[in-house]
Design a protein around this ligand. Sequence first.
Ligand SMILES: [Zn+2]
Length: 285
Amino acid sequence: MSRVIDLGGIKVHALNDGVVHLPPMYYPGLDFDAHPGLLAADGTYHIPVGCFLIRGEGFTVLVDAGLGPSRIPFPAEIAAAAGLTDPPETIAQGGLLPGALAEAGVAPEDVTTVFLTHLHADHIGWIAPDGALYFPNAVVMCGDADWRTTPTAPAPGEMEGRAGLKVAEDAGVLRTVTAPAVELAPGVTARHSPGHTPGHYVVSASSGGEGVYLLGDAVHHPLQLNDQGISFLSEEEPEHALRAREELFAALEGREVSIGMTHFPGLEFQRITTTENGRRWTTTW
Ligand SMILES: [Zn+2]
């Protein structure tokens, strides 16, 4: 089931490509003992692999391209490091995006732009999963800083996803972005927000004064809203990531907007409200 925010001239759909099973060590600073409900019985935290579709007059923009049709077995060394005696079979599994797109009434041929917030494996999987462009009529866009950097310790699935981007480059449809902000379509803008990766971008869409903000992985866990000590293991520049996160919270707090994060449970759109006990997330859909 997809979630939809209707801004009038623009609709934004949250779509899920799959699931990631993360041991607690992926969230340094998060006290899982104080929040026992976060962990599943297998000892991991389950998060969706979100993608967002922005549809307006004459354009269909897909923000992030999921993990792809991949099933990544749970690495034994990670299970050992996390002390998991009975880990889940996979650390990540994708494959749901085509069905979610169809449910939203969109065929791969309809997508005009694929914008990648960054190039981690769970965001690039459907570019060319078996060597052919999955979105044959789309330009593929991403931050130049991420594309120019070859991962020194690639996560499972990352190099396969990057091979898909090479297919896009060879086909002449890859556009890398260096500008602080770039318009993807009328009312749809990507803004550089480095930290999670050097080339990480966030995307906003507005129509009729209302707005949707898609923060990618700049915010990885809901509890980061009031706890600056919680980070994420694969953040490449943790200090920049924290600064980017706080700037986004400050900019969005109290505003009548809907905010989407790639990995928030349920992929619900949120608003940031202020209470005497700090900020809180309020679901808008
Ligand atoms: Zn991610």
